[in-house]
Design a protein around this ligand. Structure first.
Ligand code: FES
Length: 162
């Protein structure tokens, strides 16, 4: 198994900590994701090899729980709300605008690794609907055009922004 740029020492360390514990798979995957930002294939194979669990079983667990990501997320994670209030106020149009502007769909990341799009059920600020968050920033009362403008601002900042 090639190791790409993944630092497998981390996952090996975690696996040593959980040696003999056959019920810690989710915890191991959570800690791996915290460290890598997602679950790299190489880390999954390492867990499989050391724990003796078939990779397909680990992948099954990782895809069952929505908290796990199998691909790296972009520098800017767009969480687009599709909860009831946002839906009623035009979230579908916002999603379409974001997809058009970035050429990605829900769950995808742009080729340059800058943006990932994820739709969510409610961001807890329904009075601002329709809403999206980009990393820690909240943008409310969106229109498709406003959403595109916001994204263009991030694009202009590129990979240098915070
Ligand atoms: S439904 Fe969108 S923030 Fe609550």
């Amino acid at each position: 198994m090639k190791e790409n740029n993944i630092d497998l020492a981390f996952i090996r360390g975690i696996l040593r900590e959980y040696e003999g514990d056959d019920h810690a798979l989710i915890e191991i995957l959570q800690r791996a994701q915290e460290h890598y930002g997602y679950l790299p294939e190489e880390a999954i194979y390492e867990v499989s090899r050391i724990k003796g669990i078939p990779p397909a079983k680990i992948l099954g667990v990782a895809t069952f729980y929505t908290q796990f990501r199998l691909r790296p997320v972009g520098k800017y994670l767009i969480m687009l709300c599709k909860g009831t209030a946002c839906h009623v106020n035009g979230a579908d149009g916002i999603e379409k605008a974001v997809s058009e502007e970035l050429n990605i769909k829900d769950g995808e990341t742009t080729e340059d690794g800058l943006f990932s799009l994820k739709t969510v059920a409610c961001l807890g600020c329904c009075s601002l609907s329709p809403v999206m968050m980009i990393n820690d920033e909240t943008y409310g009362s969106l229109t498709p055009e406003k959403a595109k403008e916001i994204l263009r601002g991030y694009k202009a900042r590129g990979g240098d922004a915070e």
